[in-house]
Design a protein around this ligand. Structure first.
Ligand SMILES: [Zn+2]
Ligand SMILES: [Zn+2]
Length: 254
């Protein structure tokens, strides 16, 4: 790829546009697998075991479907958004002249991108680009979280927690229904046999999954809400913990 000045730029050869740019991260596949299996178990075990054709059943199905749809939409949004510093984007990829005052007035410079950057910008080695208001690189999404996708990221982890809580509650309810033998008729009607033992095993796995992920997601939400209240990014907080309150990453120099 040629720079505006015609110089071949090594650093932007491996520039990652968004979370779907290659190489993909294995955690992306694991997260898709976990939520795909959770959804499959919810509809095939939870719903089938309790389904009586009542209005309450449709409320349950609707709530879970809406939450799962929101999850998919937010994962797509957070993954697709390119959180690059727009100042860098203009210098590298735009036809606008890079000597405009709002670019030249920037005091910071990324030696890897060879561009002027904003103060809050940090170069991400994984994405190989400068991120505006860098928060962190999320391996589950395979994308950086910065100014342009941070709100969607917060919404995403909140929706994940809602799904985990809703599913956990429904799992307990389903276990009670199945243990009382009240799901036998439904299982035989839909599957041709009573799958009580298999249901217990699958629901047990999902309950453990809900508890583990629920704990970590709750902790993550509390930390991010606290950071938002302090007007800090995760990266700024990590700098403060190290005793550095300014941007001193080797890729960004004054
Ligand atoms: Zn950079
Ligand atoms: Zn990144």
């Amino acid at each position: 790829m040629k720079m505006r000045n015609g110089i071949e730029k090594e650093s932007i050869k491996n520039y990652k546009t968004n979370g779907f740019s290659c190489p993909l991260h294995y955690l992306q596949f694991i997260s898709f697998l976990i939520y795909g299996l959770n959804a499959a178990i919810f509809f095939c075990i939870n719903i089938i075991s309790c389904y009586q054709g009542y209005f309450f059943d449709y409320i349950n199905i609707s709530i879970y479907s809406v939450l799962f749809l929101l999850l998919v939409i937010l994962v797509l949004i957070v993954s697709i958004i390119n959180p690059i510093d727009p100042i860098v984007s203009i210098q590298k990829f735009s036809n606008q002249l890079p000597n405009q005052p709002f670019i030249q007035n920037q005091k910071y410079f990324c030696s890897i991108c060879n561009c002027k950057v904003q103060e809050s910008t940090r170069h991400c080695g994984e994405c190989n680009k400068c991120i505006e208001l860098y928060d962190h690189h999320c391996t589950w999404i395979n994308n950086c979280i910065g100014k342009s996708n941070y709100r969607y990221f917060l919404s995403l982890i909140f929706v994940v927690l809602c799904i985990l809580l809703f599913q956990f509650g429904h799992n307990i309810y389903s276990l009670i229904i199945i243990s009382k033998g009240m799901a036998r008729e439904n299982f035989i009607y839909y599957y041709g046999c009573d799958i009580q033992i298999l249901s217990f095993i699958l629901l047990g796995i999902v309950i453990v999954d809900n508890l583990i992920f629920g704990f970590f997601i709750t902790e993550l939400i509390i930390i991010h809400l606290w950071l938002v209240s302090k007007n800090l990014t995760s990266y700024e907080y990590s700098l403060i913990l190290k005793g550095e309150a300014i941007y001193t990453d080797k890729g960004i120099v004054k």
